[in-house]
Write a protein that binds this ligand. Structure first.
Ligand SMILES: Cc1cc2nc3c(=O)[nH]c(=O)nc-3n(C[C@H](O)[C@H](O)[C@H](O)COP(=O)(O)OP(=O)(O)OC[C@H]3O[C@@H](n4cnc5c(N)ncnc54)[C@H](O)[C@@H]3O)c2cc1C
Length: 503
């Protein structure tokens, strides 16, 4: 197309505005490239803004400042032990880049991180006791000024249309807010909300821009697709065999439906890992949605037969995989000890009365009655509770080893011999319905170590890059530790920007 045919012209166009997108945009703009961030919705941040903002970026200055004994070598060992050789080149690129990326980000006055304890998800060589992930420091809203309204509100308010809470931006909103500050501070990064990219413009085999409806954006150096997965698109989930449900996904409702992924496959991009997601137990919500559930402090989870099927304190992706294999429906069974509240963290947390009124929770004076209400065999549920309570008294879960790993114990609060095993024997009893939730799909465009999108034959499509859940994750069917989705999205957003800048 001639210059006059474009509505706007940039060096780099970034599609989406999560952590990977804004990291790529910042790195491109900091390298001197005119950059545009095109976001489909009215607010920035997508699922990244909802997140806890843990960043699994190993061996950086942040861990060093906190006195955490971490290194790129240890992270390499850990990833290799979990992921094997399949994605060895991207694993290597990832661990070799984390420290450099964090140094660049923290060289900007807008960005500062702090280590937080949060254990890695597997007992494997290279695991760091207490965990290696870190988070951005809270961001006073005044620092963003009017731009604070551009950051997506936290999930519990966003789902109810309640807008922004008072006080500083925390968690994922602090991450998005800080990256936004850094991006706009370069003077070379434009933000366009309400801009849904649906096509790629190709000339002579090279991606030279994008279209958002009738609007055309030129990208002289390249396009970075960082527009999430397709978790909110029921038809695409069906087509690619992703279990769970678009309604139970944690991505903001109107965000990630996969149009950029389809636009890339339409020009010959290869995909990988379809069917995979970052899984989690989802607490069924009165409105039909799901709430990310982690950190159980009591209770046990039963399948449709009234039997336990996993260590309920597993890291959420691993528990999600157990749920996917179980005979559903599943219920978290707990008792009066938690005073009518869920003995776990649910995001968002809806009051018990609403759950009981909607039937997503049941309450009964006996386990027999509870079994009838949730449709499981009463004798099986009673036997499960009796066996579990005996394990709690002894402090050993002979069936699923709950409480044996550092991660299991991280959230535990029981005062018995095993803090993860709290008896369930005080009426009234509760059963909360648990579904297979996700934090986003992780199958998507096949990419190389520079985030370049590849064709089936392994050649790169010139001018096209992808990161975050738009790309097939280097972690395959494994979620290694807290902050891996965001950490990997940031690294490959950065590496894509460096490639576009010729660095
Ligand atoms: C409660 C919660 C806590 C979590 N905590 C963590 C954590 O601590 N650490 C961690 O690593 N992960 C965490 N996750 C998972 C993580 O947030 C996501 O997997 C990750 O943020 C996805 O990043 P992304 O950039 O791929 O997509 P997103 O952050 O969802 O960003 C995609 C953006 O692209 C936009 N978009 C979509 N289509 C288009 C289009 N056609 N044109 C333009 N824009 C488009 C969307 O509107 C959206 O704003 C958490 C998730 C949840 C829900």
């Amino acid at each position: 197309m001639r210059a006059a045919d474009w509505d706007e012209s940039y060096d780099v166009v970034v599609v989406g505005s999560g952590a990977g997108a804004l990291t790529g945009a910042y790195a491109a703009a900091a390298a001197g490239l005119r950059t545009a961030v095109l976001e489909k919705t009215a607010v920035l941040g997508g699922t990244s803004a909802y997140s806890g903002s843990a960043c699994w970026l190993p061996g950086t200055d942040v861990q060093r400042r906190a006195g955490v004994d971490d290194s790129a070598d240890a992270a390499r060992d850990y990833l290799r032990a979990l992921l094997g050789e399949d994605t060895a080149d991207r694993q290597e690129a990832f661990v070799a880049t984390a420290a450099e990326l964090v140094a660049l980000l923290e060289s900007d006055p807008a960005i500062e991180f702090g280590w937080q304890p949060f254990p890695d998800y597997f007992a494997a060589p290279g695991r760091v006791p207490g965990g290696r992930s870190f988070m951005p420091l809270d961001l006073p809203a005044e620092q963003l000024g009017e731009r604070a309204a551009l950051v997506r509100p936290p999930v519990e308010r966003d789902r109810c249309g309640l807008g922004h809470p008072p006080g500083p931006l925390t968690g994922g909103r602090a991450l998005i807010g800080r990256l936004l500050l850094a991006c706009t501070g370069t003077g070379r990064c434009e933000i366009r909300t309400g801009t849904a990219v649906d096509r790629l413009v190709v000339e002579d085999g090279r991606v030279v821009g994008v279209r958002a409806g009738e609007r055309r954006f030129a990208a002289r150096r390249g396009v970075l697709l960082a527009s999430g997965g397709y978790e909110r698109n029921a038809a695409l989930r069906d087509r690619h065999g992703v279990p769970g449900s678009a309604a139970w996904s944690m991505a903001p409702a109107e965000t990630n439906s996969g149009e950029p992924l389809d636009a890339a496959t339409a020009i010959g991009a290869a995909t990988d890992l379809h069917g995979e997601a970052w899984w989690c137990p989802g607490l069924a919500q009165p409105d039909g949605g799901g709430a990310f559930t982690l950190g159980l402090r009591g209770g046990f989870i039963v399948d449709a037969d009234g039997r336990r099927f996993a260590n309920e304190s597993l890291p959420y992706d691993r528990m999600g995989r157990a749920l996917a294999a179980a005979r559903l429906p599943a219920h978290l069974v707990f008792d009066a000890r938690s005073r009518g509240r869920l003995p776990a963290i649910a995001i968002p947390d809806v009051p018990a009365e609403q759950h009981l009124a909607a039937g997503t929770w049941q309450r009964a004076e006996s386990l027999t009655e509870l079994a009838a209400l949730i449709g499981v065999p009463a004798d099986a549920l009673s036997a499960t509770a009796a066996r579990f309570n005996a394990f709690a008294a002894e402090g050993v879960d002979h069936d699923f080893h709950r409480g044996e790993d550092e991660y299991d114990r991280f959230f535990a609060a029981g005062d018995g011999p095993n803090p993860c095993l709290v008896p369930v024997d005080r009426p009234p009893f509760y059963a909360a319905r648990v579904v297979l939730g996700d934090l986003g799909t992780k199958g998507g465009l096949r990419t190389d170590t520079a985030g370049r999108v590849l064709r089936e034959d392994g050649s790169a499509i010139t001018g096209l890059y992808a990161t975050g859940n738009t790309s097939a994750s280097l972690t395959g069917a494994v979620y290694p530790g807290p902050g891996v989705p965001i950490g990997t999205a940031m690294v490959f957003g950065y590496r894509a920007a460096r490639d576009m800048a010729g660095l």
